[in-house]
Each structure stands twice: as C-alpha cells, then as structure tokens.
Design a protein. Structure first.
Lengths: 114, 112
C-alpha cells in the first residue's frame, strides 16, 4: 500500500491556467506538508497543516492555495500558472509528537508550465 | 537568515570506501537533524534522525554525528556500494517538527 500518494504524477499546462494537485496519506499522521523542489534540487517547504489547520505558510504567492478537507488529504490549487512555477511538488506527512518526526514523502508531481 | 550548506554538490568514491558527507548550518538551533536519501525521480526517504543532545547515531552501515557547537553534522556510509549512489539531504527541524529546512543535497557516486 502506498503511504503517501499524489496525483497527477506529471502535469504539463499553459501559462495562465489553473491546476490542482492532490495528496493523500494512509499513515494516520496529523501533519501534512507541501514542498517545492526546483531545478537545482533545492527542497523548500511551502505549507504545513496540522489537523487540517494551516501552521506554516512560507511566503508563498497567494496564487497557491492549499486545502485540507480532512487529516488524510492536502490538496494544492494553483491559479494563473507562471513559468517559474515549473518544478517538482512533493507532499509529505509526519507525526511530530513523541519523537516520531520522520517525514514520509510522496512520489512528486512534475509540473511544467509552457 | 537560516542557512544549511552541504559540503559539495557531488562526491565520487570507490566501492568499499567510506563516504563522508558534511552538513553545516547557521542562524538556527535545531532540536533535531535528519538525513534523507533521494533517488532520481522519487521523493526523499528518511534514513536517520539525531537529537540535539545526542552526539552520534548508527544504523547498519550508516553513522551520523551532530556537533551543536560547530553547528555541523557528518554522515558516514561505510563499505560503500554502487547501490548507495543517490542524493543525500540534510534537514533541520524545530521542536514542534512543523517546519523542516532542507539542504541542497550532496550527490554521491560510488564506482564499482
């Protein structure tokens, strides 16, 4: 069983479009994250949700809007896509309490904006 | 601002040797430090976690040290194998664990 899954795996779209990426985890974790990994492989946190509530928003443009309908899901909606949004987006989950701070990452969504 | 530096973009070593990767950080007092492995086209996979009051942690052929005075962690892979070839990421966590800062990674190549 896949612990953290993301859809789609690949996303090619035109500038100006709106797109969504979905993430689901079946680990029972309370915390979920979105990361962006750019062409230089630098992994940068975008958002962190704990029990469906936004905990961290790292100066991400408001074109990016995360939504957590429940603890197991954290979706990312991107409006008015720009060329610079091209990257790999990773979803992750963890259970911060009790020393179990390991993050489990999804396979990534490769977004290409043309 | 908080900064993490991993010693080099790429490290080439011969099979059987020990690979040593370095992670230095500034302007941060992490409660935990982690190392992850990332293979091409995949998400990072957790390897080891070390707490600020621990000096060393081992797991099979892996060893991590954490020096909060030097603000440095060393990651060792002993008896390296070609299958160890991957990118290794250092990550710092605060106490709550909600915010993790990743280094840019070091790409390790182990030659047979």
């Amino acid at each position: 069983d896949t612990a953290v899954s993301q859809t789609p795996k690949y996303l090619v779209t035109q500038m100006g479009n709106d797109k969504s990426i979905k993430c689901e985890q079946n680990l029972g974790h309370d915390t979920m994250y979105w990361y962006k990994q750019d062409s230089k492989k630098f992994l940068k946190i975008m958002f962190s949700y704990n029990n469906k509530e936004l905990i961290i928003n790292e100066t991400v443009p408001n074109r990016f809007s995360p939504k957590s309908p429940d603890k197991a899901h954290l979706n990312l909606h991107i409006n008015s896509l720009e060329l610079g949004d091209s990257a790999v987006y990773f979803c992750a989950s963890s259970q911060p309490a009790g020393g179990k701070e390991t993050q489990y990452f999804g396979p990534g969504t490769r977004l290409l904006v043309l | 601002s908080q900064k993490i530096e991993q010693n080099s973009e790429a490290l080439n070593i011969q099979e059987g040797k020990t690979a040593t990767l370095t992670c230095n950080y500034t302007n941060y007092s992490p409660a935990y430090l982690q190392w992850y492995r990332q293979d091409p086209g995949r998400g990072p996979v957790f390897l080891l976690l070390i707490r600020e009051n621990e000096k060393e942690k081992r797991k099979e052929r892996l060893k991590v040290t954490f020096d909060t005075t030097l603000k440095q962690s060393l990651f060792h892979i002993t008896a390296s194998q070609p299958a160890d070839s991957a990118t290794y990421l250092c990550a710092l966590l605060n106490t709550g664990g909600f915010k993790t800062i990743f280094g840019a990674g070091t790409r390790l190549f182990v030659k047979a």
